[in-house]
Design a protein around this ligand. Structure first.
Ligand code: UD1
Length: 360
């Protein structure tokens, strides 16, 4: 470890990283660490990137690797080959990676073979679905991490079951809650609903971007059919990820579903907070709806975030159209009571920074 302040590289690369890294950077700054932000460039469009930096008030990255899009191997290797010389030059004490995107795993592998320690924020989540690239990224990243910051007890239990040493596992809570609780006032004041001509509690929000849901035309058509039926009960809004927007161009979108470009962080929170119902395949939105107490139907067969089912407002409904419509009807008639898991309290990043800086 270097003399002087702890030197920490914080890595961000894709949309779901930004709200996780921001509170960790702030908490490390408060403790006097030397924080360097490296952006891998996995996401780059204004709507997928810049708007999040602006909404979250994240400073400009100190280094931008420009990895861009590509196959998994191409993207992962571009991040690795550009991160390796930079980490060698910067000589950090610790590298912090968050979540489960390709950039997370790429920087984790480089760090594991360097002198720096590796900290994984959001460690221990498991869907046990090896067809998801994110599951591979999670398992590999955790395996080579020195600090494992788990958001919930189930995640800590997964890490213990995989043989990680108890000294490495820190039940820190959920950094997504830190950011959401700090941003909800600004989100509510931003005029999102007025701009879109919506009234609170009178619409449902849909997000879909998993390859398993949008890449196969027959699967996407069946989901759209189900969503069309739900939209008759409650009009639906669908801000579309670029991958989804591309696939929707050759699909039949039911009339009651309003497709929008991707929305930024504050608009997304405002839309979730006033929705009657959210239908999603996103991991982050399963958590955000639980934090907000909004009913969520997850259009997947599994989740790496089971605590949102047992201690939140989430329900797994898979891809079967009949099951989706029945679940939506039930939830609209009788929404679940809001509840929030312990340690999703707005202070997770402080616990993480305290551990990294040696007083936690
Ligand atoms: C990635 C993550 C996923 C996360 C999602 C959030 C991996 C393996 N997947 O998936 O876990 O939930 O981000 O959005 O890391 N594209 C653009 N503009 C951009 C970025 C992407 O148009 O700024 C398009 C490109 O055509 C690209 C495609 O979206 O090929 C997919 O992007 P990529 O980052 O590879 O994966 P996501 O599907 O976004």
């Amino acid at each position: 470890m270097s003399a002087g302040p702890l030197r920490v590289i914080c890595v961000a690369g894709a949309r779901p990283n930004y709200m996780k890294i921001k509170p960790v950077m702030d908490a490390l700054d408060e403790r006097g660490a030397d924080v360097i932000l490296v952006h891998t460039g996995q996401h780059y469009d204004h709507a997928m990137n810049d708007i999040f930096f602006a909404d979250l008030g994240i400073r400009r990255p100190d280094y931008f690797l420009g990895a861009g899009s590509g196959t998994h191997a191409a993207q992962t290797s571009r991040v690795m080959t550009s991160f390796e010389p930079l980490a060698e030059q910067l000589k950090p004490d610790v590298v912090v990676v968050t979540g489960d995107v390709n950039s997370t795993m790429a920087c984790a592998l480089v760090t594991a073979k360097s002198a720096a320690l590796l900290a994984h924020v959001e460690a221990g989540l498991r869907s046990r679905d090896w067809s998801m690239p994110e599951e591979i990224n999670r398992v590999v990243t955790d395996r080579v991490s020195d600090y494992l910051f788990a958001p919930s007890p189930d995640a800590a239990a997964n890490l213990r079951a995989e043989g990680h040493h108890h000294d490495q596992i820190h039940l820190a809570g959920n950094v997504m809650a830190d950011t959401l609780l700090a941003s909800i006032g600004r989100a509510a004041a931003g005029g999102t609903l007025t701009r879109l001509g919506l009234s609170p509690g009178e619409y449902g929000l849909v997000t879909l971007h998993r390859p398993a849901n949008v890449d196969d035309p027959a699967t996407l058509a069946a989901l759209l059919l189900a969503l069309g039926e739900v939209a008759v009960m409650c009009p639906l809004l669908l801000p579309a990820h670029p991958r989804t927007a591309d696939r929707l161009r050759s699909a039949r979108v039911p009339a009651q579903i309003r497709v929008l470009p991707p929305v930024g962080y504050l608009d997304s929170i405002a839309l979730q907070a006033s929705a009657r119902l959210v239908l999603t395949d996103s991991g982050g939105i399963q958590e955000e709806t639980t934090i907000l107490g909004i009913p969520c139907l997850t259009l997947r067969d599994n989740t790496e975030r089971p605590i949102t089912l047992t201690e939140g407002t989430n329900q797994l409904v898979g891809r079967d159209p009949g099951r989706i419509v029945t679940a939506a009807r039930q939830v609209l008639a009788s929404p679940p009571a809001p509840r929030r898991p312990a340690l999703w309290d707005g202070h997770a990043a402080h616990r993480i920074a305290a551990t990294l800086c040696g007083s936690g």
